[in-house]
Each structure stands twice: as C-alpha cells, then as structure tokens.
Design a protein around this ligand. Structure first.
Ligand code: ATP
Ligand code: SF4
Ligand code: MG
Length: 327
C-alpha cells in the first residue's frame, strides 16, 4: 500500500449492489473496496456501465429500487452509514456528504431563488439565523467565483449560464462544509473551455476546506491533473487502484493499459491511439473468471475460470492473474 498517513474518512468494504429482476438478481457492483482519506481526491474511471455512478449513489444512500446493497459496509469517519434509516441518512447527506451531478438542474430547484436554496441548506445544517446564513450564502458565491455575486444572489437558476450554474451547485454542495463530496461527471454537460475552470475550482476549494472528493469521470486527462489516487472500474469491480502517477504512467492491469493508450498528451503519440476492442459485458452476461477476459490481449487459461481479487503490485492494487502466484 502507499504511504497514507491520515485515517480514512470514507471506507467502502466489499460492497455489493444487486438489481432484483424477474429472472433473478443482477449483480451490478461486486466486492468493491476502497477508501478515501481526508482532503484526498480519488478519481474513478471506467467505461460507460462500469458501475461508477452506482457506487457513488450507494455511498450517499440514494440507490433506487430495485437496486439495493446486498453485502458489504460503508463507513464515514468510522461510522457505518449503509444501514441507517432514511431520515438519519438524509441528515448526513448535505451535512457530511455533498453531491455534485452532471446536470446542475438536478441539484437546483428552478422555482426558487439561488439565495433561498443556499440559505435553506445552510440553516438546515448549521446553527445560523437568516441574516448570518445570507451572509454565508454570499460569501460562498464569491468563493466559487461568480462575478457580481451580491446582485446574482437573488437570481433564479435559469438566469445563470451552464458554467455559472455548476458553480452555484458547488457552492450548494460546500454550504454545510461536508467532509466528503461525491462529484459524478460534474463537467460533462459544460463547454470544454469551462470544464477545466470548474475542475480547478473544485480541487482548490476542497483542498482549502480539507474536503475529500470522489471524482467520477470518463476523462483520464482530468484525473491525471486532479486526482491523488485513481480507481479503474470494469464490469462492477475494481480492476486497478493506486496513486495517480503510478496508474497513469505504469498501468498494470491490461484494461488500464488499454485505457491509458487511449489518451493523448500523456507521453503517447496521438497516432498510436489505441481502442480496446469489443465492449463491456452486460450485467446478465459477465463471463466467469476475470470479467475482462474476452477482450484481454494477455488472457490465459486461469483467467477464464478463477476470478482475480485486487493484489498489491508496485504501489497499486491490481485484480489480474498476471501478478498472481504460480504465474
Ligand atoms: N435501475 C437499474 N436497473 C437495472 N440495471 C441498472 C439500473 N441502473 C443502473 N443499472 C446498471 O448498472 C450498471 C452500472 O451503471 P452505472 O450507472 O453505475 O454506470 P457508470 O459507470 O456510471 O456509467 P456511465 O459512465 O455511463 O455513467 C450498468 O450496467 C447499468 O445498466
Ligand atoms: S486476469 Fe487474465 S484476462 Fe484478466 S486482465 Fe489479467 S491477464 Fe487479462
Ligand atoms: Mg455514471
């Protein structure tokens, strides 16, 4: 393991999420374990359908039926949060864990002024009167870089541009000073020119506030610039997790190797852009053994039979038999 002096803020242990269907349960998240330290940014990457959002949703207690956690534990600051009653979890959401989603409009109510939404969140979680909460709301808008914040405080969400609206969402997520923020594709809906600004802002604010971040994205470039560690997910499992520099520069899992080959600007020639052939299996057709085996250029017999668990390899943890015993 890498040297991580802080005790973990978030611990996910052997998490399993299933969907009940008429034909029996579908396993969408299978034995996923990771932790995030205070102030640390964990990037989570992987193809569409890998289980990134479901993992985030399970952590904040917003899985919708028929999806449910069927095994494992989630701990926040040492306390289990996966089995709390709805009301107790609702208090943790917002106060201790903030969320930022791809579409700012899922977090903002179009019918209320931004000031009302910020003040309500602040007053729900912090002991402040209306006036104090309004002052804090203004300070937050200034902190997230909204020009003319004093005038804009009483505007409605539709009066902001997409990028400014996502800044408002970041202000809302930070309003109660949570210890953890789950950001799920926070910039995907925005113009490319604005994406980097928002990510830089999120990173700076979280660093200043000591907030831990789980940053879900398709964008390896964003991860390379923002994350301290990165988890690569494939078919509901973690294929590789480790310090970002290790994973980007010395990927071990053949799937990570393929992903890294697919990003320009990381020392690779754009002309050498590789695409991983094939596609990720559906939940009802995950092959036995290693889920990546039908697409893996390094596949061998054991891969089709035994499922590899993450094992320590050069500072990372890698779920691949190439690094297993007897190989
Ligand atoms: N309500 C549901 N019922 C059945 N399967 C679901 C449901 N919601 C999600 N899934 C499945 O769970 C798997 C993981 O989905 P998830 O949304 O976590 O993927 P993701 O990694 O976030 O993908 P993307 O990059 O497209 O956002 C997918 O196979 C998806 O089809
Ligand atoms: S376990 Fe086998 S199939 Fe899976 S990634 Fe490693 S070499 Fe490839
Ligand atoms: Mg998703």
């Amino acid at each position: 393991m890498t040297d991580r002096p802080n005790a973990p803020l978030l611990e996910v242990r052997s998490l399993r999420v299933e969907f009940e269907t008429r034909r029996g349960p579908l396993v969408a998240i299978d034995d996923v374990s990771f932790s995030i330290a205070p102030g640390e940014v964990l990037g989570v990457v992987g193809e569409s359908g890998a289980g990134k959002s479901l993992t985030g949703t399970a952590i904040i207690g917003l899985l919708e039926p028929p999806g449910r956690i069927t095994a494992g534990e989630i701990l926040l600051a040492g306390r289990r949060i996966d089995n709390l009653p709805y009301e107790a979890m609702r208090r943790i959401r917002g106060r201790e864990v903030g969320a930022i989603f791809q579409d700012p409009l899922t977090s903002l109510n179009p019918l209320y002024r931004v000031s009302d939404q910020l003040i309500e969140t602040i007053r729900t979680h912090l002991p402040m009167n209306e006036k104090e909460a309004r002052a804090r709301a203004l300070q937050l808008l200034q902190e997230v870089g909204i020009p003319g914040a004093a005038e804009r405080l009483d505007h409605y969400p539709h009066q902001f541009s997409g990028g400014m609206r996502q800044r408002v969402v970041i202000a809302l997520a930070l309003a109660a000073e949570p210890k953890l923020i789950i950001a799920d594709e926070p910039t995907t809906a925005l113009d490319v020119s604005i994406q980097a600004q928002i990510i830089t802002l999120l990173k700076r604010l979280c660093r200043e506030h000591g907030t831990a971040v789980m940053l879900i994205t398709h964008d390896m470039g964003v991860i390379a610039e923002t994350a301290d560690r990165v988890a690569v997910m494939y078919a509901g499992r973690i294929a590789e997790i480790g310090p970002v520099r290790k994973v980007v520069q010395e990927p071990h899992h053949p799937y990570t190797v393929g992903l890294m080959g697919a990003i320009p600007n990381l020392g690779h020639d754009v002309a050498a852009l590789t695409q991983i052939e094939g596609s990720m299996p559906r939940l009802n057709a995950i092959p036995p053994g290693c889920a990546f085996n039908p697409r893996c250029p390094k596949v061998f017999d054991r891969c089709r039979v035994d499922r590899p668990d993450p094992m320590p390899v050069g500072g990372s943890d890698v779920a691949c038999w190439l690094y297993g015993e007897g190989r």
